[in-house]
Design a protein around this ligand. Sequence first.
Ligand code: SF4
Ligand code: SF4
Length: 238
Amino acid sequence: MCPGCPHRPVFWVLKKLKAIVTGDIGCYTLGAAPPLSALHSCLCMGSGVTFQEGLRHALKEGKIVGVIGDSTFIHSGITGLINSAYNKVKGVIIILDNRTTAMTGLQEHPGTGRTLKGESTSQLDLEKLCLACGAHTVDIIDPYEVNELENILRKRLAEENLSVIITRRECMLLSKERNNPPRYLKENCNRCGVCLMIDCPALMQDEEGYIVLNESLCTGCNLCVEVCKFQALVKNAG
Ligand code: SF4
Ligand code: SF4
């Protein structure tokens, strides 16, 4: 995944919660790759939702979360969500809403409010759609708010309902938003390597185990700051 990708915090939190994650087709399928290794199945478009239902029927225990992109959900995920609600499935479906069809070249889709020609058109309301499909609750959250994301995920997973969480932030390839790269305080770094587990291409380790931050790649998303518990990576207000 790209530096600053809004899907990265979602997979980091899912990994932290030891969730079983049923995935789908999109750039977020890369959440399966190590070191994140936080996506455990992927078959076809829509299977992020339908595999969640299947596993929920098969397994009595465990946190089972389905993930699917916004464009893929509109293409093939809606029928699966209707079926899950109809069959009283418990669990969480996350719609990774980056406001585009990123993997195939940033095409528009019915959720963006623009046609493929870039003309303004009707915009599908994902929240209302999911409620109409039978989801008990729909939360919309900025995935960069990592603590809030973790809290809402914990809460929804503890409920006996089917819920949808829409993690909404524009794809970094579209967004103009950039913040200063974090400051790296080498004297605080214990070389634990935890920040490398988020798999950001802007972070590397030198031969002594210290962190090298590639500022030309970094978008300033500050996920690594959230992850480092030793204040070796700190926000840089500039
Ligand atoms: S920057 Fe923080 S998380 Fe990364 S290796 Fe150093 S102490 Fe560990
Ligand atoms: S702030 Fe950290 S996690 Fe975000 S792009 Fe820069 S190096 Fe990567």
